[in-house]
Write a protein that binds this ligand. Sequence first.
Ligand SMILES: Cc1ncc(COP(=O)(O)O)c(C=O)c1O
Length: 373
Amino acid sequence: MELPAFPLVQWFAAAEDRFDISLSHSDCEPLSVSDILSDAEQKAFADFPLGYGSFAGLEELRQSVADQYTSLKQDDVLIFGGASEAIYTFMRTNLNTGDEVVIQAPIFNSLKATAQAIGCRIIEWRPTNEITHEFDVSSLIDLCNEQTKLIVFNFPHNPSGQMISENELKAIVETAQRYDALIFSDEQFRMLEQPGTPLLPAACDLYDKAVSVTGVSKTLGLGGLRIGWLATRNRIVLKHAQEYRYYTTEMTNTPCQMLATQAMKHRVEILSRNRKRIVQNLKQLQSFCLRHENHLELHPPQAGSMAAVEQKTSFPSREFCQRLLDKQRVLLVPGEVMGISDRLLRIGLGRNGFKHGLNRLETFLHSISSEDL
Ligand SMILES: Cc1ncc(COP(=O)(O)O)c(C=O)c1O
């Protein structure tokens, strides 16, 4: 199996050490160990045993993950090294060459590229509008049939922040039930809803052949821990994933699982802080785009930690972002590397220092406006 390039990660890797401010990361402000552990807990952490852990993951972590869902038990959760490993392992253990997979597109690269590399027949569920990314669930339903093995989607959607309603999600579940298909729902940005946007149920709570994937990287700002999970009542899916892992990492590293467990105890408070920051940054972005309406148009998100902004300069977005990086040391992701329209830029709303980033972007816009006109 030959995996294709991963343009988004390649973009980040090429920019490493070349930026001071990111206006594009999808995670919320990263936390430190001292944000998670009290002084006494930090001392106790020094005695944390560093032997092998358990194959499915730390019991306490799996229990606190299960508690987030309405119908799951500890054994319905398998811990991985980030959602990335969970996605890859799920795809490798559930798909075979020739399987028919209906996938929302554009979507976070690995969700589609892995299935494609396995040799699946990919049927794309595209948005009704490639700039604003509204997705019409009735057209997804029309794409499904007796051959459909798996339906893959991501809401809140990265990077547009678009959502579907609970009734629409239930309609997808009914369709999957009708054709006895699996559902794989990437819920990395769930619980970062904008005020007024309802929380979508987790797919794993609605259907026993639905698998929810998420972790602590984005919503809790703990990407460095590399902790994610598969959550499903389908024990066969979990058994196969666990057995595949005997050939790779065997299990997830235990100190990071312990830190994630501690962070989960403060989850409600961390999430509320992160949601507030996203709302504030979005407000700033709204007025920034209005001030620069000749160059930028915001397509506001309903949820998640990102927004898509349409740029209207004469530069293709890749060049726009490259110049911004070179001149202002600000990182921005061009649409092209996410498989979305190259008129779009991905703006991350979850970090501190957003205003400083916008100030530098403003200086940059002034500097190019003479070239651009
Ligand atoms: C939609 C989506 N799924 C999965 C991942 C992978 O996350 P992790 O860092 O937990 O591996 C990302 C990371 O950007 C993402 O945006």
